[in-house]
Every structure is written in structure tokens, then in C-alpha cells.
Design a protein around this ligand. Structure first.
Ligand code: NAP
Length: 465
């Protein structure tokens, strides 16, 4: 009889694809089950771990990044290995993983953006906010993009926390940015920025704004920019008022109060102005005659009840916002994973509590998802902890029920040989620790948390030295 999977004779072998918060929380939950013998391999496309903590969290929010300390502890466990610079779907295929692991959990996030679907979206200086974020955070895939910051007026479509991050980065002074780990090239470009007016555009009202209170409050505390809201747009429409009075949600009441206070502020001599607008939707990005953004046509919205939600409905009232650049910040979107089913509209892998559902609706044995590719691009970093917990519960229930993938080569050495053969330039966790030390060292002289390596070649060269 073959030994039980999860016993010391036959440890459970798990591959986690991706190394962002969702991936590390999955590993952390697995390790908490000390009754199981297991070993986990984390496979990451880039040489650096931590996904959106490194490439999504804003550089002026260093405190949020300290979550990596918990992840470092996870990575240091003897039964956890990190294989960086390994692209699952290109270097290593799902069938390769099936040959070596009992369970494979994809935590690949949501790597692209949602589109607005309006004319002019592809003009020069119309960008997805997600690309700007990846650029200023030094993501190797986005480092070569250019953003023309010689313009004076910029609109950001959407009022979620990503829109807030983009607005803040555009409004920060060079001195503030120089204390962060923003990519060097972005620091230089933003130092020369001529942007003076930034607009954030919400299609619904203040009560429905997706940003969270600490994030919006911070917009009112910037040394280099005033913040304002048109008084009539800070005021609630009758339906929102009724809803807010009925629900009495403290967070929403606070949010409204913050925005009303912004609406009362006077303009000071700060060089930049950030304006939060509500109940407006972009209907067309206008051409400046040379193929670039020359304005943004907006329609005023009214809110209508739609079940328990309030939905924006266009009125006849239109205006043109005189902006020369547009960031579309209306959400991230997942990309398909080779050989797995995919829900195009939602941008997720269909699943039931983390168990991937095949095209016939039945769970695919041994294959799981966690994080944004599982539930869509919502929630803060901590949200991924409970989300990962749910996936791990499913994984362990399946181990107990004997529903695992049953690989022909479960030995951990066999997986290491496969990966090293197919990715000779794989990066270990020890390698990453060296890169980390080098980055921190480069930052020290300039009083910065770190100066990031932003290209894979640069990282591999540094490791070769
Ligand atoms: P989000 O929170 O879902 O916000 C998307 C925004 O886009 C909403 O205001 C939404 O309005 C708007 N929108 C969607 N479609 C639109 C359209 N066609 N026209 C105009 N507006 C449209 O997404 P996100 O800002 O990308 O953030 C993703 C997740 O990461 C969120 O959970 C966020 O809280 C989190 N995050 C957190 C932090 C932080 O904690 N500091 C920082 C960054 C991101 P409706 O509400 O009307 O749909």
C-alpha cells in the first residue's frame, strides 16, 4: 500500500504559482497545519517576490510594505522553496507541474486593466492607471513606457484607491518622492513634471466612492497640492441621502464629511490643485488634432435605484474637461492561465471556494486558485488572508478525502531538476536576499528605503558579480 499523502513517508507536495500576498498567505495557512508533512515550492515569473506589494503598493506607503516581514519568515522555513524567474505557461507548463505536485495553487493576480469602451481610448496620453502604477514602481515589464508629464492638466477616471494613488503621486513634490522607493527613472520624470491640475472623476456620488477613508483623507494633507470638490457635487442627491440615513454606515458618513470639508476649502498658494468630481462619466476622449488627448467629454449623471444599488444614468448635460492626459483607473482585470478555464467578463478562473471548476462544472482535482484571480480585483492586502484560508481549507479537505493529483514524480528533487533544466537562470530566495540587500544599500546614501533594480538583466548581472 502506498504511504498516505501528507505523512512523513510521503509529504504533501504543493506548487504555488505567483508570490504576491495571496500566494504567501496560502503558504502561511498551509504551514499552520502542523499535523501535515508538506513541502511547498513558490514559482514566480519575476526574479523578485511579493507581487503587488512591490509593484502595486504606492512608494509613499512604505508602512504597508512591512507585511513582507511575515512573508520573509514563511520563505525562510526549510520546507519552502522559491523559484524566481520561472514563467509557468512558458518555461514550465501545467502538465510539468502535474507530474511533480499533488496540488497546484495559482495566485497570479489580475495583471491587466479594464477598458472604458469609449471613443479615443487609444489616443496618445490616454493610459491605463495600472500601467502608470507598474511604471513608477519599477516593474520590469513596464519600465520602458513613457508618460508625457509636460502637460498641465490630467484626468483620472474612477475614484477607487488606485485612482487616489495615481493622484497622490502626480501631486507629490519631488522632495517627498525622493524619500520613497519610487523607480529612479520615474523620480526623474516626475521631478520635471509640469502637471498643475489633476481631476478625479466619479461616475456616482460621494456616498458611493470606492476609495477608503484614510486614503481620501491623505489627499487633504499634501504639502504641494490643494484639494477641492465642487460644492454641488459634494452634496448628496435625494436617493443617496435616503440610503445613507437608512443605513447609517459610519464609514460612509465619515467619507461624506471628509468630502464636504474639502468642498469648503479655499485655494492656497500650493502649486497644484486636485479636484474630485462626482456624478460625471467620460463619453469620449477628444483628439487634439495630432493624435493625442485634447480634452475629455463628460456627461452629467443622475442616480437611479437598481435593486439595493444606485446606478448612474446619463442626463442630457455635457461638458468638456480641458485635459491633455487621461488615466483610466476603473479596475484591474485577470488574464487567462494556460490550460485552465477562464471567465472572460469577470477576469477570473471559475472556482468553488478555491477549487478550479472544469468546463463541465466539476472540480479539477489538485488545481486551486487564491487572491484576485479567484475572486476578482477587490479588497486590500489583508483581504487575501481570509481568501487564502478558504482555498487552503478546500485543499486540505481534498487531501483528507484522497482527491489529489497523484503525480508520478513527487520527490522534491525531481521538481528542482525540472525547473532548473527548463529555467537555467532561476533565482533562489537566497539570491533575492542578496538583491534586496543591494537595493537597500543603494538607497542608504540617498536616504531612501531602497533603490530598485528595474530590469531582469540588471538583477541577473548583479547576482553574477
Ligand atoms: P475599485 O476600488 O474597484 O475602483 C474602481 C473605480 O472605477 C470605482 O470608482 C468605479 O465606480 C469606477 N468605474 C468602474 N467602471 C467605470 C466606468 N465605466 N466609468 C467610470 N468609472 C468607472 O478598483 P481600484 O481602484 O483599481 O482598486 C482595486 C483594489 O485594490 C480595491 O479593492 C482597492 O481598495 C485596493 N487598493 C487599496 C489600496 C490601499 O489600501 N491603499 C491602494 C490601491 C488599491 P463604481 O463604484 O461606480 O463602479
Amino acid at each position: 500500500m502506498s504511504p498516505t499523502v501528507g505523512s512523513s513517508d510521503r509529504p504533501l507536495r504543493v506548487a504555488v504559482v505567483g508570490s504576491g500576498p495571496a500566494a504567501f498567505f496560502v503558504v502561511e495557512h498551509l504551514l499552520a497545519h502542523t499535523e501535515l508533512e508538506l513541502s511547498v515550492d513558490i514559482l514566480e515569473r519575476l526574479p523578485t517576490p511579493f507581487g503587488l506589494v512591490r509593484f502595486g503598493v504606492a512608494p509613499d506607503h512604505q508602512k504597508i510594505k512591512s507585511v513582507t516581514r511575515a512573508f520573509e519568515k514563511v520563505a525562510a522555513r526549510p520546507n519552502v522553496r522559491f523559484f524566481g524567474n520561472v514563467d509557468v505557461g512558458r518555461d514550465v507548463m501545467l502538465d510539468d507541474l502535474r507530474a511533480h505536485y499533488d496540488q497546484i495553487c495559482f495566485a497570479t493576480g489580475a495583471q491587466t486593466d479594464r477598458r472604458l469602451g469609449i471613443p479615443g481610448e487609444d489616443l496618445a496620453r490616454s493610459h491605463p492607471a495600472t500601467e502608470f502604477v507598474a511604471w513608477y514602481n519599477g516593474h520590469p515589464d513596464f519600465r520602458d513606457l513613457t508618460f508625457d508629464l509636460s502637460v498641465e492638466r490630467v484626468a483620472i477616471v474612477g475614484v477607487g484607491n488606485v485612482a487616489v494613488d495615481v493622484a497622490r503621486i502626480l501631486c507629490r513634490t519631488p522632495e517627498e518622492l525622493a524619500r520613497t522607493d519610487i523607480a529612479d527613472y520615474a523620480l526623474e520624470a516626475l521631478r520635471e513634471s509640469r502637471v498643475r491640475e489633476v481631476y478625479m472623476l466619479g461616475r456616482r456620488g460621494p456616498a458611493q466612492a470606492a476609495f477608503t477613508n484614510p486614503e481620501v483623507r491623505e489627499l487633504g494633507e499634501m504639502p504641494g497640492a490643494d484639494v477641492t470638490v465642487p460644492v454641488d457635487e459634494a452634496a448628496l442627491d435625494p436617493l443617496s441621502l435616503e440610503m445613507v440615513e437608512r443605513e447609517k454606515d459610519r464609514g460612509t458618513l465619515k467619507k461624506i464629511e471628509i468630502l464636504e470639508e474639502f468642498a469648503q476649502r479655499e485655494r492656497t498658494d500650493k502649486p497644484r490643485l486636485l479636484t474630485l468630481r462626482f456624478l460625471v462619466s467620460p463619453v469620449e476622449i477628444l483628439d487634439d488634432g495630432a493624435g493625442g488627448v485634447g480634452g475629455l467629454k463628460l456627461v452629467r449623471n443622475a442616480l437611479r435605484r437598481d435593486g439595493d444599488r444606485l446606478r448612474p444614468v446619463a442626463t442630457e448635460e455635457v461638458e468638456t474637461l480641458p485635459v491633455q492626459m487621461v488615466f483610466r483607473s476603473v479596475g484591474y482585470h485577470g488574464v487567462p492561465i494556460a490550460d485552465l478555464p477562464f471567465h472572460e467578463k469577470r477576469g477570473v478562473v471559475p472556482n468553488l471556494a478555491g477549487r478550479v471548476e472544469g468546463n463541465d462544472g466539476a472540480p479539477v482535482p489538485g488545481i486551486y486558485v487564491a487572491g484576485w484571480i479567484k475572486r476578482g480585483p477587490t479588497g486590500v492586502i489583508g483581504t487575501n488572508k481570509s481568501d487564502a484560508g478558504e482555498t487552503v481549507e478546500s485543499m486540505l479537505a481534498d487531501v483528507a478525502a484522497g482527491v489529489v493529483n497523484r503525480p508520478p514524480h513527487p520527490e522534491s528533487e525531481a521538481a528542482a531538476v525540472l525547473i532548473s533544466t527548463q529555467c537555467p537562470r532561476r533565482v533562489s530566495y537566497e539570491d533575492w536576499t542578496r538583491l534586496d540587500e543591494l537595493e537597500v544599500g543603494r538607497g542608504k546614501a540617498a536616504g531612501r528605503p531602497r533603490v530598485k533594480f528595474t530590469s531582469v538583466e540588471e538583477m541577473l548581472e548583479a547576482l553574477d558579480r
